[in-house]
Write a protein that binds this ligand. Structure first.
Ligand SMILES: Nc1ncnc2c1ncn2[C@@H]1O[C@H](COP(=O)(O)OP(=O)(O)OP(=O)(O)O)[C@@H](O)[C@H]1O
Ligand SMILES: [Mg+2]
Length: 359
């Protein structure tokens, strides 16, 4: 019987392709810790996101490939994940945060906060470390939606007193709704917005996070624009409803983020469009039209479902209150598509690092 070597294991694994990155898992550096004991092979496959939609498929293919090596009698593969930092965008304000996903919408009431809350929970359920920042300065609803409205504690750190985010459903959360007096209306002016945002990023102990999901204010007005400029966004998802007006307004958001990116000399990737409240009186298909128009990805549709508003109102988002519902399945699929999209972007960035020399 030929003896099994690390080289033969790696060679065999070259047939396993990552469907999003179009490279084999050995070339991508995903295969780690190959251990061979007589005829038993154990190894780890380290993906770039724990929410990888094809995790099980890759594992099965790798097991098959190794099992076919002559002399191998058993294969044990552990799937792990290490989210890679996309770029330096987050470094200054929130150094421990690898990826910032902004959730935006052209208009209010389309389910942006619902998507943000469930996205954060789905990512955390996949094993990632996740934070949720409610940056909707006009209507901070996250404390209600996530069922935690406790005032955050302060903690002394070497760089001064900082805010400890609260925890809700396994996610670290910060919202202006936790600090503002609900009985006092705040009139937001430009510099105040900038200051509040900076505080919610750099004065909060976010620690090391794989993903920070940010619920932006709706629309393309001053507040959204300042936030889009101030938050170091790795990518944006745009939530829309099936109606034509909603799509048109979603288009405006796409243009806004592209313009902000140009102003900053970088690209703010539009990760895709999500159509929410699909299939009700509004019909469906608007998200796809908006996505096609701008050549962005259609990440999925979420059905109109009373379980969603009941969950949101009770402080238990639908993924937890009705995990087996169609809405929850849609939200999980969207989260996987989004995580895959981010991994592809990160990979492309690592292959083509942004130029720093004058062109
Ligand atoms: N797919 C859905 N099916 C049924 N109800 C939904 C769905 N999505 C969201 N909702 C409900 O619609 C209302 C608005 O949703 P949400 O607060 O998430 O929207 P928003 O875009 O964040 O609004 P705002 O602009 O006010 O911040 C909430 O009561 C929510 O529970
Ligand atoms: Mg909202």
């Amino acid at each position: 019987m030929p003896s099994v070597t690390e080289e033969s294991v790696l060679d065999a694994l070259r047939v396993v392709q990552d469907p999003d990155l179009h490279r084999d898992i050995v070339t991508l550096g995903f295969v780690k810790d190959v251990r061979i004991c007589d005829s038993a092979v154990a190894l780890k496959i380290e993906l770039t996101t724990p929410a990888c939609p094809v995790k099980d498929q890759l594992k099965a293919q790798a097991e098959d490939a190794v099992r076919e090596i002559p002399g191998v009698t058993s294969v044990s593969i552990e799937m792990t994940a290490q989210v890679r930092a996309r770029d330096t965008a987050t470094e200054e304000l929130i150094p421990g945060v690898k990826t910032v996903i902004a959730v935006a919408s052209g208009k209010g009431g389309v389910g942006k906060s619902t998507v943000a809350a469930n996205l954060a929970i789905a990512l955390s359920q996949s094993g990632a470390r996740v934070g949720l920042l409610d940056a909707d300065i006009y209507g901070p609803t996250m404390p209600l939606m996530m069922g935690n409205n406790r005032r955050p504690l302060m903690s002394d750190t070497p760089s001064g007193p900082k805010i400890v985010p609260v925890t809700a459903h396994g996610v670290l959360m910060m919202s202006l709704g936790l600090i503002l007096d609900p009985d006092k209306a705040v009139v937001w002016r430009g510099p105040m917005i900038a200051q509040a945002v900076r505080q919610m990023l750099s004065d909060v102990i976010w620690g090391n996070l794989d993903y920070l999901v940010v619920d932006l204010p709706p629309g393309t007005g001053d507040a959204s624009l300042s936030l889009a400029q101030l938050v170091p966004i790795s990518g944006v998802v745009i939530v829309t409803t099936p109606q034509v007006v909603a799509q048109e307004i979603a288009n405006k958001s796409v243009i806004m983020f592209r313009t902000v990116g140009q102003g900053q000399g970088r690209e703010i990737p539009i990760l895709g469009v999500i159509e929410n409240m699909s299939g009700g009186v509004f019909g469906s298909g608007g998200g796809q039209i908006a996505a096609d128009r701008f050549g962005v990805t259609m990440l999925g549709t979420i059905p109109l479902d009373t379980a969603i508003c009941e969950g949101g109102d009770a402080g238990i988002p639908v993924l937890l209150s009705a995990p087996d519902s169609a809405a929850s399945a849609a939200l999980r699929a969207i989260t996987s598509a989004l995580a895959a999209k981010l991994s592809v972007l990160q990979y492309q960035n690592s292959q083509n690092p942004p130029r720093t020399d004058p062109a």
